[in-house]
Write a protein that binds this ligand. Structure first.
Ligand SMILES: Cc1ncc(COP(=O)(O)O)c(C=O)c1O
Length: 485
């Protein structure tokens, strides 16, 4: 039976339901399974035949205690989540270059057009299922750099057991991303635009973490989070690596490299999890923009906390990639004492220095690159102007540009899959600038849902960073008493 422990080693093991409902572990660490289930070649060959929802069901069920979610309920929750997608296969795999073979795994066919929809629907459905059984209610609070917020808002809309509070750094996400949240008509969803966030979403992560470390407040307000600290998110984010691998290779075992535009490291952790479960991925490429703490850590062993730089790939403008701790837990051989030391050094000295053994583990499985704004823009334009005129969003462009940056270190026979994490329609200003096309956006940069949100009425709730915590606590308290809790 899978049990979950904390990366900081300070809690007794809990089951899946507790790990998912709590979000953060009580000692400030992240939940990880005691054992990662391992699949053999025969399992992989059987899984390769499944469609996306069926594959997700099989993989998720490996982490559930028997009986906690009966198979027919799990199937319903997962089918319902992916039923909201606009592509019949859930995701698409589009070849954009032949030599080397480079494909984009389009993960943006969900309701809010980013890869965050891949796991958010499943997570909200699972949380709602557990709450319904317990007759409990949760206030779900989350910080967003632009895509998690809309995905959470849409997945939570109308759920009776949940109030959802997406916090976004005002002016640091695209107008389209903001409108996806603020035009949604659901009385249990309360997006808050936060002014004066010098460090963007990272400033909001700190407020969320403060709320969660206050045990009394957490209990009184029924707080939980669905950021990719939540185990259910990273677990479901492993599924698309399996699916893409099976559809890219001729035989299980053929080499595939995944290039992943990385911010908080949640998506890439999903890939690491897939490989730890037995998927024979050759290498991962961690693609950073100029907020490149991960690239620095992967190439030098020093994990720095630097000031935020605003870039065209704003959703990966992150200075403290919190899922990296989860990965380091495994890279450091599950040694919680090292995680505690590195977390403390990172917080107090703005830098953690990894040991040689951990760095060697990382470098054996990962490449990394840091992509400048100019290269991101040039990659959008050159890809659009070549071949079939494929339009990359700025985040997927970072993944594609990273492939060029490490071209001489990629195995010659590997197929390369770049994770397409957002639809370009979410970033029309960047696309205009990259293509130099003025107001005349190409059709590929349009989407009906974005056009609809442009003319809909917005419900704006704004707050200054300094007063965010007290305002949130007041608003949640009022909301709970309105709901009679
Ligand atoms: C479009 C897009 N690409 C990439 C990422 C990075 O994902 P992660 O934070 O899991 O590394 C994000 C996350 O915010 C995103 O919204």
């Amino acid at each position: 039976m899978t049990r979950f422990v904390s990366t900081r080693g300070g809690i007794d093991p809990v089951g899946f339901e507790e790990a998912v409902l709590q979000g953060f572990a009580a000692d400030g660490g992240l939940f990880v399974p005691e054992e990662i289930p391992r699949l053999g070649r025969e399992d992989l060959e059987r899984l390769a035949e499944l469609d996306f929802p069926a594959l997700a069901c099989e993989l998720v069920s490996l982490y559930l205690e028997p009986g906690i979610v009966p198979p027919e309920d799990l199937k319903r929750l997962i089918d319902d989540s992916f039923g909201a997608f606009m592509h019949e296969d859930v995701v698409d795999l589009v070849r954009i270059r032949d030599q080397p073979d480079v494909r984009v795994l389009e993960l943006f066919h969900g309701p809010t057009l980013s890869f965050k929809d891949m796991a958010m629907g499943v997570l909200m459905n699972v949380v709602d299922y557990f709450l319904e059984k317990r007759k409990e209610h949760l206030n779900i609070v989350l910080a967003t750099t632009g895509d998690t917020g809309p995905a959470a808002a849409w997945a939570a809309a109308g759920k009776r057991q949940i109030d959802c509070w997406p916090l976004y750094p005002r002016g640091m996400i695209s107008v389209e991303q903001e409108r996806q949240m603020t035009t949604l008509d659901a009385d249990n969803v309360h997006p808050v635009g936060v002014e004066n966030c010098a460090d963007g979403g990272d400033d909001l992560d700190i407020v969320v973490a403060e709320l969660f470390t206050d045990a009394e407040l957490k209990r009184a307000l029924g707080l939980s989070s669905v950021n990719s600290i939540n185990w259910c998110r990273v677990m479901v984010q492993a599924v698309h690596y399996f699916y893409a691998y099976f559809r890219t290779v001729e035989r299980i075992g053929d080499p595939v490299v995944f290039s992943v535009p990385s911010g908080a490291f949640g998506n890439l952790f999903g890939g690491f999890l897939a490989r730890s479960m037995g998927l024979p991925v050759e290498r991962f490429l961690c693609a950073n923009n100029t907020n490149n703490a991960l690239h620095t850590a992967f190439s030098t062993g020093v994990f720095p906390r630097r000031d935020l730089v605003q870039t065209p790939s704003s959703a990966i403008d992150i200075v403290a990639p919190y899922n990296f701790w989860r990965f380091l837990y495994y890279a450091a051989n599950r040694d919680s004492s090292r995680i505690r030391r590195w977390m403390d050094d990172f917080a107090s000295h703005r830098e953690a220095t990894l040991d040689a053994e951990t760095l060697a583990f990382i470098q054996a499985g990962f490449l990394s690159a840091s992509v400048s704004d100019k290269t991101t823009m040039d990659t959008i334009r050159s890809t659009y102007e070549s071949g079939d005129g494929y339009l990359l969003d700025p985040h997927t462009a970072v993944a594609v540009a990273a492939v060029d940056a490490v071209a001489d270190r990629l195995p010659a026979d590997a197929r390369i899959v770049c994770l397409g994490t957002a639809h370009p329609a979410k970033f029309p200003e960047v696309i205009r600038k990259a293509l130099g096309c003025g107001e005349a956006l190409p059709q590929a940069a349009r989407h009906p849902s974005i056009d609809d949100a442009r003319s809909a009425c917005q419900h704006l709730r704004l707050c200054d960073l300094d007063s965010l915590k007290s305002n949130l606590v007041d608003a949640m308290t009022r909301q709970r008493s309105r709901r009679g809790r």
